[in-house]
Structures are given as structure tokens and as C-alpha cells.
Design a protein. Sequence first.
Length: 344
Amino acid sequence: MGDARNRWMWASLAAAGALAGGVAAQRRYKKRIAEDPERAVLSAELGGRSLKIRSADGTTLNARAFGPEDGQPVVLAHGWTESLGFWIYQIRALSDLGLRVIAHDLRGHGESEPAVDDDYSIERFGEDLEAVLEAFVVESRRAVVAGHSLGAMAIAAWARGHDVERRVGATALINTGVGDLVAESLLLPLPRVTQALNRTIAIHGFLGARAPLPRFSTPLTAAALRYIAFGPVATPAQVAYFERMLIACPPDVRATVGMALSELELHDDLPRLTVPTIVIGGEDDRLTPPSHARRIAELLPQLERLIILPETGHMAPLERHQEIADLIAELAIKVSSRPGAVHA
């Protein structure tokens, strides 16, 4: 009886110690975020002018416009499980330069409506981009269009069926791929002989997973997210900022889009992207490794620059926000100064 009582006592003490340690770890985690200088920037209101746009299939999209109405237009398309606030750094930097910045929530993301008929095909994201361009960009002021991850894939899909040079003067493709996403993912460092297992886990355990995510961030979830999506220089507030978007993304949207990504094949569309294009990859990107950026660069008819950012994961617009803003601004200057461009 005494032995049983002792075992129960030690088990209770161990459980209490684990709970206390978990509470302490959570407090330290929250303190790191609160003390991160980036938190103030990421917590500020975006502002801008709100506009609702109807896509070709009837899905209503939420968009916001920033900066002077007569400025050189820049259109920003965010990635999978994100929202337009993902571009917060670039929105501020580019609008401060006098550019007209337009960002929209992809269908089913942020404040945009769920897709009509549950259509989350990559082609539909391309049609959404066309709707945004029609609403905001006149032919005399061709836009720079930048896309992150899924947003960049949408640019490639859009190029397939539209006159690219009618409203677009240059593009930036950031942390993206146009095919073989599962085969080249570095999420699971498994040997080649286990590729079939890797594919199964990547599709059903990650891309197509429908399980709800934890509603609150913890040191464990942040560490997992940092490993999956970020490089070593990302700050605690930046990781937490994206995590809030990920948690807010409806599980069915996340899974349906993820399954579409697993079947992605857009290599043949890149030659139709006939405007100067910057391709940006992250050296430590596990989701779309630099091999994707290099392959995209080889297929573009007007490659402006290929840049692989060091110590950068899949979230370059957050991790390397100033570099990304500078590169988009560089494209905007070139488009606005091109012969025939209309100046404000």
C-alpha cells in the first residue's frame, strides 16, 4: 500500500512539474513575441480603401487599395492559407513611395467569399486575378503583379488564357513552384526509397489535411511552423503573425486548395508570361526549394533576375520584407519609365 501511495505521489509531482514547465514555457514564448520590435509593425491597422470584386464565376473577392490613385499600380497576390495582410510590409513601403498598391484576399481566404461550387482550382485563382486587374488597372497604366506561393501560381495560370501585356508590365514570382511540389518538398528528409511514403504523408497528412488546427499558438506549434515555413532569421512576431492567418483559414478551404496544389502542372504556361519577371526563392525554403525557382527562371521568355535569398524560408515577404519591397519597387520604376508609359 505504501509503495502504491509513493508511486501516486511521484506521478502527481511529475504531472504538476510538467504543467508548471508548460505554463512557464508559454509565458516565455508570449514574452518573446511581445518584446519583438516587429510586433508593433505587424499589429498596426492596414487602412486603405475596401472594394468588393466579383470574379467570373460569381465569387465575391475582398480587395484593398493603398496609396495615391494616380500612382503606378502594383497588384499583390498572397499565398495558400494567407490573407492580404501578409503583404503588410510591402503595402507600407510601396505606398510610401507613391505607388498604387492593390491587394486582395484569395477566394475562401481572409474576407473573400468561399468559392462558388467549391471551385478552388488554380485556374480559378487566375480568373480572380483577372477580375482584380479589370477592376483596378487601366491599359494605359500597366501594373506590376507580384505573387507569393499560390499567388504566383495564379499569375502563371492567368497567363495561359489572357493577353498578358494588355494590363501587366512586369511580374515577380516569390517562393513558388509550378509543378512537382510534392516530389521536391524537403519537409520530410526521407531517402529516395521511401518516396511513395513521402508523397502519401505530404498529400494526406499536410496538403490535404482537413483536421482543425489548434486555436491558440504554443511554443510547440510555433516551432513546427518555423521548421516548415520559415528560415533562421524570422522573428517570433513574424512567425506568430502568419500562424494567426493559418488558424483563421477554414479547414475545408485549406484542404481543397492543398489537394489542387498536389496536382499542379503549370510548366507550359510560363512561356506565355511575356513580360520582365523577377524570380525569388529562399535558400532554406522546404516547401518550394530553390530548384523550383531555377526551373521557372529557365522557362521564362523575359527573365529579369533570379534571386535566391540566403537564410530565408518560404515566407520571404515577411522574413526579407525590405528586399522584397525594393525588388518590386525596382520593377515598378522600370514599367513606369518604359517608352509609352503614361505618367501621373
